[in-house]
Design a protein around this ligand. Structure first.
Ligand SMILES: [Ca+2]
Ligand SMILES: [Ca+2]
Length: 99
């Protein structure tokens, strides 16, 4: 699928769920995808997620795909547990049992 925006074109694969440069498949192209490319740099196995050009070789061309699409997609939410707001502090002079 090809999506034309004002100053960029977003390409996704045939399933429409994968963004080019999104090596880890979290729908956002960021530094984590670069880490995957870097770990796989030089790999010559077909089907490698960092091989975005489909030539069975993870090389600088795949880096260019990542760089061109950096920031594309929706950033994933926080990975940690939800943080609740702190409980309000007791007001001096209004403590229970005191009158
Ligand atoms: Ca990603
Ligand atoms: Ca490649």
């Amino acid at each position: 699928m090809i999506t034309y925006l004002r100053n960029r074109v977003i390409l996704t694969d045939a399933t429409g769920t994968r963004i080019l440069g999104d090596f880890n498949g979290d729908a956002f192209v960021d530094i984590r995808d670069y880490g995957i490319w870097r770990q796989n740099f030089g790999a010559i196995n077909c089907g490698n997620p960092a091989d975005q050009t489909g030539d069975c070789n993870v090389d600088i061309q795949d880096y260019r795909v990542w760089r061109q699409n950096f920031g594309t997609g929706t950033p994933p939410g926080p990975s940690g547990p939800a943080v609740s707001p702190p409980a309000p502090a007791p007001t001096p002079g209004l403590a229970p049992g005191r009158r």
